[in-house]
Design a protein around this ligand. Structure first.
Ligand code: ASP
Length: 320
């Protein structure tokens, strides 16, 4: 790493995309590119994080994010420990701070935290003296997902600036949508959201996106169509009339995709509800779907994040 690169990532934690500058995002993307190549070789292991301890602390379920952080830490030679805390046993606030204190006493170098409450990861970051990566907090942010999505897009389209990206579905409950909107706006892409009114947050007008309520208009001329999962676990009450009706109006299939550019690509952060927000054949169509590439890029991006945060650069202020 050159000294110019060192100056350009002055953050101790990665709590969100909000507040990251475009050259800091580019730094992470460029660094991840190198790890994509490394991950395709037979020998995937390096010793960059030798002697470092990384704790995956998940207060909410996860398959790909947790596994991908675990692989990322191990491939860089670190020791990775997984701690899952059943959501039912969380006594908000008190448990978090107790946990932070206990973990600090074990001298971890990086804590990777997922929590169902927006803002909880930042609270924890204020209490510990190691780097913290937000692996998803409530409906607030999921920064590494947005960075891996950006890497997937950049590799396919060769750029981010100027692209038309449609983010469709349950924007209201989606931390993926918030992080992606922030990243894509910072990098000069144009973002539209497509959703029923009931699945848009009140502050959507302030997020710098164009809003559509039907797929035919919202997908017109799009380069990228990013589908979101209907997050029923965060819904209290009824947000859509019925699943069948939701798929009919907002589920992505070949017919609706035809409104986008002919070379438009489909993305989904997973886990997918096949037949609800996305047609199952389209999801697996390697000519139109980049869902598998997103998973591959996830490991490389998380390696890049662990890399930059553990290089003793962390003297700057928190990201947000
Ligand atoms: N895996 C993503 C997240 O944790 C998306 C989702 O759950 O729908 O936010």
């Amino acid at each position: 790493m050159t000294s110019a690169e060192q100056i350009s990532f002055p953050h101790r934690h990665l709590l969100g995309i909000e507040g990251l500058k475009s050259d800091e995002i580019t730094l992470l993307l460029d660094r991840a590119e190198g790890y994509v190549d490394q991950n395709r070789q037979a020998d995937k292991k390096r010793s960059l994080l030798r002697g470092r301890t990384i704790i995956n602390l998940f207060f909410e379920n996860s398959t790909r994010t947790r596994t991908s952080f675990e692989l990322a830490g191990k491939r860089l030679g670190g020791d990775v420990i997984n701690m899952s805390v059943a959501a039912s046993s969380i006594k908000k606030g008190e448990t978090l701070i107790d946990t932070a204190m206990t973990l600090t006493a074990m001298h971890p170098d990086v804590l990777i935290v997922r929590h169902p409450e927006s803002g909880a990861v930042r609270l924890l970051a204020e209490k510990v003296d190691c780097a913290v990566i937000n692996a998803g907090d409530g409906s607030h942010e999921h920064p590494t997902q947005a960075i891996l999505d950006a890497l997937t897009i950049r590799r396919r389209k060769g750029k981010l600036a100027g692209l038309e990206v449609a983010i469709c579905g349950d924007v209201l409950h989606s931390r993926v949508a918030r992080s992606n909107i922030a990243l894509l706006n910072t990098m000069g892409a144009r973002v539209r959201v497509v959703a029923p009114r009931t699945l848009l947050p009140a502050e959507i007008g302030r997020l710098g996106v164009e809003v559509f309520h039907n797929m035919a208009d919202g997908l017109k001329g799009a380069d990228i169509v990013m589908m979101l999962r209907l997050q029923t676990e965060r819904m209290h009450g009824s947000f859509v009339p019925s699943i069948r009706e939701y798929f009919h109006f907002f589920g992505l299939d070949y017919a609706k995709l035809a409104a986008a550019k002919p070379d438009a690509m489909v993305m989904h952060p997973g886990p997918m509800n096949r037949g609800i927000e996305i047609d199952t054949v389209l999801a697996d169509d390697i000519d139109r779907s980049m869902i598998r590439q997103q998973v591959e890029m996830g490991v490389a991006v998380r390696m890049a994040c662990l890399d930059v945060l553990t290089r003793d650069l962390g003297n700057g202020p928190p990201i947000q």
